[in-house]
Design a protein. Sequence first.
Length: 374
Amino acid sequence: MKKLPLLGNITPAQFLRDYWHKKPLLIRQAVPGFKPLLPFDKLAELATKDYVESRLVTLEAGQWDMQHGPLHKLPRRSQREWTMLVQGVNLQDERADELLRQFRFVPDARLDDLMVSFATDGGGVGPHFDSYDVFLLQAEGQRKWRISAQKDLSLVEGLPLKILSKFKPTEEFILEPGDMLYLPPHYAHDGVAIGDCQTYSIGFRSPSYQELGEAFLQFMCDSIELPGRYADPELEPTSKPAEIPKAMLSQLADELNKVSFTEDDFTIFLGEYLSEPKHNVFFTPPEKPLTAGKFTQAAAKKGVALSRKTQMLYRGKNVFINGESFAVGKADKVALELLANERKLDGEAVAAASEDVAEALFAWYTDGWLELGK
C-alpha cells in the first residue's frame, strides 16, 4: 500500500501540535476512493473465531444488548440497528495491517489496533467516550457523527454498554467513504449508520497508571534481592501480645525501603510490557522450516520481514520483541533498529549482519515471529 495523505493538507507535525490530545479534526477524503478491505462475509467469518475479539450490539425497542464473540449467528442484514465490532483486524489481514502502519507517525509503543465496525441502518453503540485517541475512517456507506466536548461523562447505570446519560452534541458530520474523523481521549461522540456501513477505527494504547504500576511490581518480583531474615534478639516481654511491636514495624519498613528501581529497570519493563502480544495472539511457525544454514542463505537473497503480529521496539542498548528483551552492542544495534523501524531487512542488510543477529533472525523465523521476504 502506497503512502496515503491521511491528514489532508497538514503535516503530522502540525497535527500533533494542534490537534493530538487537544481537539477533533475532520478530514474529508483522507483516503480518496477508499473501499472496505474485507467484504462483510469475511468480516463475519473472523467474528466466529475464538482468537478474534468481537462483539454484537443490538438496540431493540429501546433496549440495548451486547454479546461477546465468537459470534456464530448474526441478525438478518435487513434488520435495523445492530452493529458487529471486530477488533485486531490488522492481525488477520495484510492490507488491514498496512493501513494501520500508515499511522506510524505516532510511535509503535502507542499504536494499538484496527477495529472494523459493520452496522445496519440506525446501528451504533450509543453516545460514549473513549479513554484513548481514535481515528474513525469511513469505509462503506455513510455514518452520522455527533460530538461534544462536554465535561459531564456520567454513564447510564445498569446497561451492558458504557452510554453517556447526558449527551449534548455540539457538532454533527456525515462521513462518506474515505472521510476520517479524529477524536482526542474523553471526547463524547455518537455514530449512527445511514444504511449499511463500515467504519474503521484506528486506536491507540493508553494504559492506566494503576495497570502499569501493578504490572511493574510483578515484573520486579524476579529481580528484588533482600538478603537476611527478620530477627529480634533484643525482644522484651509484652503485656499486649496481639499488638504488632513498633520495633518490628520499623525494622521491616527499613528493610523494604531498600528496594529501589533504576531507569534501566523501567526501560526493560516498559519494552517487554508494550511488546507483549495480546492474550489472543498466536504465532504460526513454518510448516517445514529451513535449516539454519539454508535460512541464512535464503535470507541473504530475499531479506526478511516481521510477522504482522510481531511488535518490535527498542530503547538505547535494549531491544524488545514480543515480550522478550536483550541488550545489544553497537554493531548489532544498527541492523536490529532498522528491522524494528522498517519491519523488514533486505538481503544485503541480512548478509552484513553479525552471527548473533543471524542466530536471532533464525530463532524468530522458527517461532513464526519473522518470515522470509518475497
